[in-house]
Design a protein around this ligand. Structure first.
Ligand code: NAP
Ligand code: ZN
Ligand code: ZN
Length: 349
């Protein structure tokens, strides 16, 4: 067994606190990673607080992991000790269903194994990246370019791929008018990608204090979503809108902004369902859809795209001792635009 140290939630109402546990010894295709940085995703908050109702404790969250390979199993071909690598939201899938064979492991028909809070194929409870090390099958490990700042790369493993994948799937690019709703961890990556792909991008935000940043990050226009008149001016004009908001909000105000045949894609996953006025869908044949992270091949493609185009997340680096305060600030939408834990702080006082 490998000894691990991390920060865990022991139940939904307790703050994260130091926690010691073990991980499996590397199997044939496993890579052992010493974690350098881990991003703080709003999903870590939903999960540790059991807002989705499926939490298993103790829970070490974290699925935006960057580190160095320290050991490999005998059958590992893609990595060697010393390589910089990344691990995201899933660490296993069946590998044989139609989705897995189509490089869409995130939609595995048997079910994926989440990086934390799930039982893996060995019957062990998975634990995430708010810790010093992790053991992962090489199929779910990504090569990371040393050209990019590793702290800024960490959020690409979830916030990055979750926004890149739907923007690619719905072919966002030149000539398309695209909206991004919410300027948080996912939102700021969606904005960077949509701008980089050449679309005309409109950022929707509830925070007036983020207007200048939105423009700096690539928005052609910024709309304060609380301003009903500003919203009405955008009616029937969008090809695609990506919604990254973490809390229940009024989707109808946004659905009416889509053109005929426009697509609204939900990536935010609030704990309660929205109310949809069906007229907003059927009178203009609009689609309401969703998307979850991306497959392993596409995640590597996204990481390589970021290395080629010099794209990273805008991060605020924190020691792990400040994680509970960081959670509170994320809930208040007070983060610019992703907290990333410097794992060297683990074990320090
Ligand atoms: P985040 O950093 O907290 O960003 C969410 C943003 O939504 C906030 O910054 C804020 O932006 C806006 N917002 C928050 N509360 C709001 C409210 N009550 N009404 C309107 N807007 C509000 O969160 P994140 O890490 O980006 O995650 C966003 C959501 O995506 C979470 O639900 C998370 O679980 C989910 N997620 C899904 C996937 C997937 O694969 N589909 C992957 C990762 C995360 P403004 O200040 O600009 O308004
Ligand atoms: Zn995430
Ligand atoms: Zn599968």
């Amino acid at each position: 067994m490998i000894q691990s140290q991390g920060y865990a939630a022991q139940q939904s109402t307790t703050p994260l606190a130091p926690f010691s546990f073990t991980r499996r010894d590397p199997k044939e295709r496993d890579v052992v990673v010493e974690i350098e940085y881990c991003g703080v995703c709003h999903s870590d908050i939903h999960s540790t607080r059991n807002e989705w109702g499926n939490a298993i404790y103790p829970m070490v969250p974290g699925h935006e992991i960057i580190g160095r390979v320290t050991a490999i199993g005998s059958g590992v071909s893609r990595f060697k000790a010393g390589d910089r690598v990344g691990v995201g939201v899933i660490v296993d899938s069946c590998r044989t269903c139609a989705s897995c064979r189509n490089n869409e492991e995130q939609y595995c028909e048997v079910g994926v194994t989440l990086t934390y809070g799930a039982y893996d194929r060995y019957g062990e409870l998975t634990q995430g990246g708010y810790s010093n090390n992790i053991v992962v099958d090489e199929h779910f490990v990504h090569a990371i370019s040393t050209k990019l700042d590793p702290a800024g790369v960490a959020p690409l493993l979830c916030a990055g791929i979750t926004t890149y994948s739907p923007l690619r799937h719905w072919q966002v690019g030149p000539g398309k008018k695209v909206g991004v709703v919410g300027l948080g961890g996912l939102g700021h990556m969606g904005l960077k990608f949509a701008h980089s792909f050449g679309a005309h991008v409109v950022q929707f935000t509830t925070s007036e204090s983020k207007i200048a940043d939105a423009k700096r990050l690539g928005a052609d226009e910024v709309v304060i979503s609380k301003n009903a008149d500003a919203m009405k001016k955008e009616a029937n004009s969008f090809d695609f809108i990506l919604d990254t908001v973490s809390a229940v909000h009024d989707l109808n105000a946004y659905l009416s902004l889509l053109k005929r045949d426009g697509v609204y894609c939900q990536v935010g996953l609030p704990d309660r369902p929205p109310v949809i006025n069906m007229g907003n869908l059927l009178f203009k044949r609009r689609s309401l859809s969703g998307s979850i992270i991306g497959g392993m091949a596409e995640t590597q493609q996204m990481l390589d795209y970021c290395a080629d185009h010099n794209i990273v997340s805008d991060v605020e680096i924190i020691p792990i001792q400040r994680i509970n305060e960081a959670f509170e600030r994320v809930v208040k939408a007070d983060v610019k635009y992703r907290f990333v834990i410097d794992m060297a702080s683990l074990g320090k006082r």
